[in-house]
Design a protein around this ligand. Structure first.
Ligand code: ZN
Ligand code: ZN
Length: 581
């Protein structure tokens, strides 16, 4: 207040908690933004019945030849039924409209109409590492599997219609708006397959040029050319500069794909892939180009085996070109060893973890056992060892973009399906978890001291959560959203008591049939305004102490039983499948 002048606007928060804006250390925001308005989101939806009711309604609203697509961000374990819909169920609700459903990195479900449009027949050959499952006659069933290469899933998705440029601008703004609603003020973008630079950055660049970014983005460049990775980076090092841009849109170096031979797919339903013997040579060639140009990098690495081999490469390189001062890091690192954490520290690197295990912890336990899952990834150990480590989501496909789901996972050790995978020693207290999402992330985009804290000299990126993050019950953490989000001193989202301050909403989602208009995003929050249309939840689902689906005393499931009194909670609005009229 001593700094307030005549032009300063003062907002009385009436004693509410203020947190630094959340910064996602790994988000495919730029790619996700291009498609956000096209996608029906099952993020945070608690039952197959509700999910299918949403799908049915969206099918009715979607004009041909458009598709209805649910592209990741959920797991079958979050549903009380603990299963995915069947292809027959998809055919029933959508006899003519193509439906494409992506589940994590492991499978896609296509209804009959979608199969027809993409043209897969009994004569279509399986791509390497992918499977088009067949019936007894050899005809595709509509189930596509990553074995473990997810290429088949994405290649199929790429056959669907795309939004025109103007709509992509609108779509990206809506995605940022949804992130602001959840208190996200910054993200480090991890590039992505089919996300080529600079072609696929025209939308985000235009929004940056026009001052319309409401999430600060530091972006890494992801190679698109298997066997041509070094040329990609040589070319980019000539045509772009590390840290070029502004405080809202800044170049952050290379990754998360550096060389395709080092890509270890994070599908825990499949065995760990063994990387080719050529990986080291190829990675060395690329990392050398990067180090010589003083470009930091991020590298996707799920497994310890990948990390230790890459570390061998980086150590060799370090003897030639010291890596000191380069903010390079590994992404994911689920099964990293203590020894690798030490080696990373010695080379001055970092580790960016994400809550992928919250979505596939059950599969990991099934394959490797509960004891192995208990420290996957060993977040508490990393912090105890003094590693540079921060948190994020890896959204939008393999996990939801909701940061509070990540904070719930870090602090409670539970998956979104309610399975407790971490013992107390691998859980964080709430303050430490929050630091993982704020000040710890700053190093990963080389912005230490500029953001991540509420402090004089740092960006005015703040969030007022709708309830007290530090004192609310464990099972409410993932339900938190923002009542006020500020980026650079500008209010980019406001709700609840501060709703009158919300003046920067983008125009309605385009096209007019966009699922975003109906459902908003996470947990179908946007359907809340239509509550009057829907029947009240049946008594059998009302949470009265215990959980009626899983029985009393089943604590994990309590988190899955929504507060029906909260009009913004999903079940409180949609009730059940009777909504599917
Ligand atoms: Zn990755
Ligand atoms: Zn990623």
């Amino acid at each position: 207040m001593p700094l307030a002048g005549a032009a300063t606007r003062v907002i009385d928060l009436k004693g509410r908690l203020v947190l630094p804006g959340l910064i996602d250390n790994h988000l495919h925001l730029i790619r996700g933004g291009l498609n956000f308005n096209l996608e029906l989101r099952w993020d945070g939806v608690r039952s197959v019945a509700d999910a299918m009711a949403m799908l049915k309604r969206q099918v009715a609203a979607t004009p041909p030849p458009q598709w209805v697509r649910v592209v990741g961000g959920f797991t079958e374990h979050q549903f009380v039924e603990k299963r995915l819909p069947t292809i027959e169920e998809l055919n029933t609700v959508a006899p003519d409209t193509p439906v494409f459903l992506l589940h994590l990195y492991d499978r896609a479900l296509l209804n009959r109409a979608a199969l027809r449009v993409v043209g897969y027949t009994r004569d279509t050959v399986n791509p390497p590492g992918g499977e088009i499952t067949r019936d007894a006659r050899g005809n595709p069933t509509g189930l596509l599997l990553a074995r473990p290469n997810a290429g088949i899933l994405y290649a199929t998705l790429a056959r669907g219609p795309k939004l025109p440029f103007e709509y992509q601008l609108n779509s990206t703004r809506h995605f940022m708006r949804e992130l602001n609603r959840l208190g996200v003020t910054g993200a480090i973008d991890a590039g992505g397959g089919a996300q080529n630079y600079p072609e696929d950055y025209a939308v985000i660049q235009k929004l940056a040029d026009e001052g319309q970014l409401t999430v600060r983005i530091a972006y890494n460049l992801f190679t698109q050319k298997p066997c041509g990775e070094r040329d990609d980076f040589l070319n980019w090092a000539r045509t772009s500069q590390y840290q070029q841009g502004s405080d809202y849109f800044r170049h952050n170096g290379a990754g998360e794909m550096l060389v395709f031979s080092a890509a270890d797919f994070e599908d825990f339903r499949e065995p760990r892939p063994d990387l080719a013997a050529t990986m080291e040579t190829e990675l060395y060639d690329v990392a050398r180009v990067l180090a010589a140009n003083r470009w930091p990098w991020r590298m996707h690495a799920t497994y310890e085996e990948t990390i230790s081999r890459a570390l061998g490469v980086f150590e060799q390189l370090n003897d030639e070109i010291p890596l000191k001062g380069l903010n390079w890091f590994f992404d994911h690192a689920e099964t990293i060893s203590e020894r690798s954490i030490e080696r990373i520290g010695r080379l001055g690197g970092g580790i960016a973890v994400q809550h992928r295990m919250a979505y596939q912890g059950e599969y990991f336990v099934e394959r490797y056992g509960a004891a192995a899952a208990a420290t996957t990834p060993p977040v508490a150990k990393m912090l105890a060892m003094g590693a540079r480590v921060s948190a994020g989501t890896d959204a939008t496909r393999v996990a939801s973009y909701n940061p509070w789901v990540s904070l719930a996972w870090l602090t409670t050790g539970r998956t979104v399906g309610g399975l407790r995978i971490y013992p107390e020693r691998n859980c964080l207290d709430r303050e430490t978890a929050l630091r993982m999402w704020t000040e710890n992330v700053a190093w990963f985009s080389n912005e230490e001291g500029a953001r991540g804290r509420i402090e004089s000299g740092q960006f005015a990126d703040l969030v007022v959560p709708d309830r007290d993050y530090f004192s609310c019950p464990d099972n409410e953490i993932s339900d938190i959203s923002s009542d006020l989000t500020m980026v650079g001193g500008t209010i980019v989202y406001a709700a609840g008591a501060f709703a009158a301050l919300d003046q920067s909403a983008p125009p309605p989602a385009m096209p007019d049939w966009s699922p975003v208009r109906t459902y908003g995003g996470y947990g179908a929050w946007g359907a809340a305004g239509q509550g009057a249309r829907f029947a009240a939840p049946p008594a059998a689902r009302v949470n009265s102490g215990g959980c009626h689906v899983h029985g009393p005393g089943h604590t994990p499931a309590e988190a899955a039983c929504p507060p029906t009194s909260d009009p913004r909670a999903f079940w409180g609005v949609l009730g059940c499948a009777c909504w599917a009229v």
